[in-house]
Design a protein around this ligand. Structure first.
Ligand code: BG6
Length: 494
């Protein structure tokens, strides 16, 4: 664990990720006393700016609802400094080294955490310059890296080959921030800490699993990045696959990071690559009321772009537990709502006494408004034997109303400081995940005649979506017009 004498160096400190996620998370940890004592936070990026201008950026996404927090933010700023320099030459990194040494002055051993909030194009050169010029002689070094980890199996391996001589696997922390989300971290506990879930968690009882990611906004302002990657690389190969892996893996021998990651890799290796016949893709168009632009209206997006902003696909796992169970992944930008959830649909109860009784569903709501609920059939109270769909509902806001749910980045940065790799992506895991997606990605890239289906900004996605999911066995039941009562999510006032 990194205790005293630690520098956190944020590379790409003037960028969006640093501003929106890294600094707010560092501040959250700082003010709650979770950063090492005497920590210094140093930013590095190309943009030239003075100290005041830099602090303005650092603070730009940090809220200070109380005087106390405002004061803590000032303290945080007093440990923050900034150095500007290019990414592709040694000299600026030597200059950075002088600054680091000045900050560390008088200390024998110092630890350095390198947080790479950088565009992929400068990733390799920066990691080389850091190793040559800024690697701590005494003390611990850690490098935290952010996706994209390549664009396919080959480029991901290339990146790995470039990093490997300089950074040991135990020094490397590959972030997938979904692994820091509270509900995602809960999956293993729910599964392995509850006999009633564990016992039914297989192909004998589960008909299909859906993992859904929806965002109500498009790629405005990020079109340039996005167009090169598309929704499959942006969130499915990483975030959604991670959720799938945790849902599907066998029980690890312990909660230690290597035991967990061994099991994750094992389940990924049991997955054949996704077949194009099990995939639909879409791209958003102008909203029906004309107020929101289509994807291609963004100036940074090529007019002929075939980039998917929506995709749904089905993955299978060839093992005893899951053979034949479709894992349906859905992800899209510019949809009707913000929501990430897992929906596990159980099989029909055996026929006989009931007519058309709906299936059980277990829903893990990752965001917003974390909750776990089971759709369950029950007798409608009264004199008849009529059934109704109701729910067992664990809504965090109500059940844990006094607890703050940490931001994913807070949780992960703290893990990296502690040296805990459980919630980071291991090299072989990354390789296994790209293997599952690469044939599909190449197929879509190479076959120019494949066009994504249009869908209006703000809609539920391409019109064929419901037929697509139904064709893999998902049964939508509007029995009694069931709707999860979102109002129950309000904190209990009684
Ligand atoms: C990022 C993607 O990794 O995850 C973004 O690049 C996406 O496109 C984001 O919006 C979603 O993260 P969250 O935490 O807001 O669900």
């Amino acid at each position: 664990e990194l205790k005293n004498n630690t520098i956190i160096l944020v590379l790409g400190a003037s960028g969006d990720l640093a501003k929106k996620k890294t600094f707010p998370a560092l501040f959250g940890l700082f003010r709650n006393g979770f950063l090492p004592k005497g920590v210094k936070v140093i930013g590095y990026a190309r943009t030239k700016m003075d100290h005041a201008e830099y602090l303005k950026r650092v603070k730009s996404h940090i809220k200070t609802p109380t005087k106390e927090i405002e004061q803590q933010l000032e303290e945080f700023c007093s440990v923050a400094t900034y150095v500007s320099g290019l990414y592709d030459q040694d000299e600026p990194f030597q200059n950075l080294e002088k600054h680091l040494q000045k900050v560390e002055e008088g200390q024998k051993e110092t630890n350095r955490v390198f947080y790479m909030a950088l565009p992929p194009s400068v990733f390799i050169p920066v990691s080389e310059h850091l190793k040559r010029n800024n690697y701590p002689e005494k003390g611990i070094a850690r490098i935290i890296i952010e996706k994209p980890f390549g664009k396919d199996l080959e480029s991901s391996r290339e990146l790995d080959r470039a990093l490997r001589p300089n950074w040991k696997e135990e020094e490397t922390f590959r972030i997938d921030h979904y692994l820091g989300k509270e509900m995602v971290k809960n999956i293993l506990i729910l599964r392995f800490g509850n006999e009633f879930f564990g016992a039914t968690w297989n192909r004998n009882h589960i008909d299909n699993v859906q993992i859904t990611f929806k965002e109500p906004f498009g790629t405005e302002g990020r079109g340039g990045y996005f167009d090169e990657f598309g929704i499959i690389r942006d969130v499915m190969q990483n975030h959604l696959l991670q959720v799938l892996t945790l849902l599907a893996m066998e029980r690890p021998i312990s909660f230690s990071s290597e035991d967990i990651r061994d099991e994750k890799v094992r389940v990924l290796r049991g997955m054949p690559s996704i077949e194009p016949k099990n995939v639909i893709i879409g791209q958003y168009e102008k909203s029906l009321d004309g107020t929101k632009p289509g994807y291609k209206e963004d100036d940074t997006v090529p007019k002929e772009s075939r980039c998917p902003t929506f995709a749904s696909m089905v993955a299978y796992i060839k093992n005893e537990r899951w053979d034949g169970v479709p894992f349906i992944l859905k992800a899209g930008k510019a949809l009707n709502e913000q929501k990430t959830e897992v929906r596990i649909q159980y099989k029909d109860v055996t026929s006989g006494i009931f007519k058309d009784i709906p299936r059980n569903e277990l829903v893990l709501r990752v965001q917003p408004n974390e909750s776990v609920y089971i759709k369950m059939n029950s007798k409608l109270p009264g004199l008849s034997m009529q059934t109704t769909v109701t729910e067992l509902d664990l809504t965090y806001r109500r059940r844990f109303s006094d607890l703050k749910i940490p931001e994913a980045y807070e949780s992960l940065i703290l893990d990296a400081l502690k040296g805990d790799h459980s919630n980071f992506v291991r090299d072989d895991e990354l390789d296994a995940s790209w293997r599952i997606f690469t044939p599909l990605l190449h197929y879509l890239d190479d076959n120019k005649e494949i066009m994504p289906m249009g869908y209006p900004y703000g809609s539920r996605g391409p019109a064929v979506l419901d037929d697509f999911t139904a064709s893999y066995g998902y049964k939508f039941s509007d029995a009694a017009g069931y709707q999860w009562p979102v109002t129950s999510a309000e904190p209990n006032k009684l």
